[in-house]
Design a protein around this ligand. Structure first.
Ligand code: HEC
Ligand code: HEC
Length: 342
């Protein structure tokens, strides 16, 4: 081979290497390749018949989720209260909505929503599609309504076209609610160190303190896993864990009007819980130390408090182990997944 040809080859090769390293540096994510498959060890997702996953639906939902035009004053989007870096919760006790209004409660994480049987802490919303209507209309969230919102979004030709591509119809409430729900169903989180250990068979993924914490968490002594059970660390039931003797928020009773449901709230998933402080429906406990101290004392007297919440007599080390276990539920891949970010 001629010498000049050799040089040409080397230059070409260098060029190709440079090109590919450029793409890597800027971390271009090809959304169109997105398959949306649940993590290893998780059950398959049952999609509503009219809202199967497609890339176009997901991409439209993503755009809407991050669009500030959803609020009346065009200042906040869903992502103001549900931030990817905090497993789609926020850092405030009570989230701040349109016109700086203070919301009624603490924004929950949106991880693994695809498996929830109903939504909100009182459980009053049966589907993820219908849940989208809640923030749109709440005065302390977006403070608007679907009719006004759709009229505003329709002025954007790109949205009108995206609606046709995704659902073969005009942009309307049907499209907005379904697209956002389609995007939210892709918030899978199943790659924490706990999953590495428990699902993927890596014996070294968890420390000895974390493993001691896991044993305590699953034990009859603490009963944590009686309520925070299964792969998503919740049984989705409505329970009272004795935060107060008198609650400002009547919880599930708001819906059922039954005294037996007073101050019962949906058991929250504990995935990524180290990132979702402050805790509980009102954000009143600021750290995991405070949460574990609360359970260790057995909670306040309330007529609906579960019998499983009672003094535990855990030593300081046992409390620290329990916290270490909770921290092993953080899934860094999920909270840094650029595909789910703006
Ligand atoms: C102003 C802050 C705020 C905004 C904006 C907001 N949310 Fe929320 N979100 C909350 C709070 C607070 C709750 C808990 C409400 C409750 O349970 O009563 C919540 C609950 C939810 C839930 C229920 C989760 C569960 O575990 O049941 C979903 C889903 C959700 N929001 C999605 C969205 C979407 C989608 C948007 C945008 C269309 C949005 N949120 C906008 C604060 C906000
Ligand atoms: C009887 C059922 C039950 C038991 C047992 C229980 N929990 Fe809970 N847990 C709940 C409920 C309900 C909430 C939400 C309460 C609220 O919103 O005010 C909660 C909230 C939490 C939170 C806050 C999550 C968040 O995102 O705000 C953590 C952390 C937690 N529990 C950990 C534990 C640990 C650790 C144990 C064992 C020591 C335990 N739980 C035992 C029902 C239970």
């Amino acid at each position: 081979m001629a010498w000049s040809q050799q040089i040409l080859r080397i230059v070409c090769l260098a060029f190709i290497v440079l090109l590919s390293s450029c793409t890597k540096d800027s971390e271009i994510v090809d959304d169109a390749e997105f398959k949306n498959i649940p993590p290893r060890g998780f059950p398959a997702v049952v999609y509503p018949v009219d809202n199967e996953f497609t890339y176009q639906r997901w991409a439209l939902g993503k755009q809407l989720f991050y669009d500030k035009r959803l609020s009346k004053s065009n200042t906040i989007s869903c992502a103001n209260c549900h931030l990817a870096a905090y497993a789609f919760s926020d850092t405030l006790a009570r989230s701040v909505g349109d016109n700086n209004s203070i919301g009624r409660g603490n924004a929950p994480s949106l991880a693994n929503l695809a498996y929830h049987p109903y939504f909100t802490r009182a459980g009053g919303v049966p589907t993820l599609e219908q849940q989208v209507l809640v923030p749109v209309q709440e005065h302390d969230e977006f403070n608007t309504n679907m009719i006004e919102l759709v009229a505003e979004l329709k002025q954007d030709a790109a949205y009108v076209q995206a609606a046709q591509l995704a659902y073969a119809r005009e942009l309307d409430a049907y499209v907005v609610t379904r697209a956002i729900a389609n995007f939210e169903r892709s918030f899978f989180s199943g790659n924490s160190r706990y999953d590495e250990y428990a699902q993927h068979g890596n014996r070294y993924a968890m420390s000895t303190a974390e493993l001691r914490g896991q044993v305590l968490f699953m034990s009859e002594r603490t009963h944590c896993a009686s309520c925070h059970s299964g792969f998503n660390f919740t049984n989705y039931l409505f329970e009272n864990n004795g935060l107060y003797e008198v609650y400002a928020d009547s919880g599930r009773m708001r819906l059922t009007l039954q005294e037996g449901d007073r101050a019962r709230f949906k058991v929250p998933s504990l995935r990524n819980v180290a990132l979702t402080a402050p805790y509980m429906h009102d954000g009143s406990l600021s750290s995991l130390d405070a949460v574990v101290a609360h359970y260790n004392l057995g909670g306040k007297l309330h007529h609906n408090k579960s019998a499983l919440v009672r003094p535990l007599n855990l030593s300081k080390i046992e409390q620290q182990d329990l916290i270490a276990f909770l921290r092993s539920l953080t899934d860094n891949e999920f909270v840094t997944n650029r595909r789910l970010q703006q």
